[in-house]
Design a protein around this ligand. Structure first.
Ligand SMILES: [Zn+2]
Ligand SMILES: [Zn+2]
Length: 344
């Protein structure tokens, strides 16, 4: 099979590797869509990587034993290979599992672990059925396209009375605009990239504020009830100034969800002013609970036109170099790799 690799600084491509085979309750999935996510960071830094991607939708093509899946079933592939039996896994919060399965030890090789490939091997319990009539491309938005912000909005029970701030309108933040507007909430976005700001307005953001403006905070507050601040803020940028903006722009007793990864970069927090006196609830939100998969698929089904705007580009697997170059220039929303489509 073909799969994507990063070989050096801004150097990527596709190579041939052995196709994995189904084993025990792990099934073989033919990948029809593999959304691009954070892999471009390795493409930029030049860190070689042969196992790329954690998002996919595809078709079950081989099973090793009778189970819940049959050849021909259409599935969304959930990330990671969690243990399935710890309290977090049993509660559906598998994303936080500390006892994940060692793929190479189980399979004898890491081949089949990556989603940016023609086939992958996956535990049956990490697959979700795609509703009839929904395309693989749309269903794949149940991964990081809509997933992280769905989890954050679900956690705060965001609804029609809420004004929601979303900082960072890359693919994850744009997915947040879809999730929040579907719930009837007003959305104020923060983004300096004009292409992405425009896309956010198309998806339903009421206003998009440029964070480089001196009065960005005042501009946000001007859109909120009595200027008191938004009800919930979600940071999808992962940068400290945006974290600060979320905290400062949220009303007393509001909530702030940190979704964008920030590595080991610190963010200044004033426990007294921000949390005790202001009464904010601050939390991190990585993904969403497995039990919510039917709900997120309903969001996708109900927002077909917006999902078509969220997906900005499709590339063949062998064109992955061009895909990453496009992703790096920032003139894009969610991008898809298509492992079975011919090159341009
Ligand atoms: Zn677990
Ligand atoms: Zn992702």
């Amino acid at each position: 099979m073909r799969k994507a690799v990063i070989t050096g600084r801004q150097q990527g491509g596709a190579i041939d590797v052995p196709t994995p085979t189904a084993k025990e309750d792990w099934v073989l999935v033919k990948v029809h869509t593999a959304p691009l996510c954070t892999e471009y960071k390795s493409f930029l830094s030049g860190e070689p990587s042969a196992f790329l991607g954690h998002e996919a939708a595809g078709e079950v093509v081989e099973v090793a034993q009778p189970g819940r899946w049959q050849v021909g079933d259409r599935v969304v592939v959930m990330p990671q290979n969690p243990c399935g039996i710890c309290p977090l896994c049993l509660a559906g919060d598998y994303i936080h599992c500390q006892d994940g399965v060692d793929f190479a030890a189980f399979h004898g090789s890491n081949e089949g672990r990556a989603t940016m490939a023609q086939y992958l091997l996956k535990q049956g319990r990490q697959l979700v059925p795609i509703p009839d009539g929904m395309s693989y491309d749309h269903a794949a938005m149940a991964c990081c396209g809509l997933g992280p912000t769905f989890g954050a909005l679900e956690r705060v029970s965001a609804g029609v009375l809420d004004t929601i701030l979303i900082t960072g309108l890359g693919p994850v933040g744009l997915g947040g605009v879809i999730n929040a507007t579907y719930r009837g909430a007003r959305v104020i976005g923060v983004e300096s990239n004009p292409w992405r700001a425009e896309r956010a307005r198309e998806l339903g953001a009421e206003a998009v504020i440029d964070p480089t403006a001196d009065n960005a905070l005042e501009q946000i507050l001007a859109h909120t009830h009595a200027g008191r601040g938004v009800d919930h803020a979600i940071d999808c940028s992962g940068v400290a100034p945006a974290h600060r903006l979320c905290i400062d722009a949220t009303r007393r007793k509001g909530t702030v969800s940190f979704v964008g990864e920030s590595g080991r970069n610190p963010t200044e927090l004033f426990v007294s002013g921000d949390m005790i006196r202001k009464g904010l609830t601050l939390h991190g939100s990585w993904h969403y609970n497995l039990a919510d998969t039917p709900h997120i698929l309903r969001v996708i089904a109900a927002n077909g036109d917006k999902i078509d705007r969220l997906i900005s580009h499709r590339f063949a697997l062998d064109d992955v170099q061009a895909a990453w170059e496009t992703q790096v220039n920032g003139q894009c929303a969610k991008m898809l790799l298509k492992p079975w489509e011919p090159n341009r």
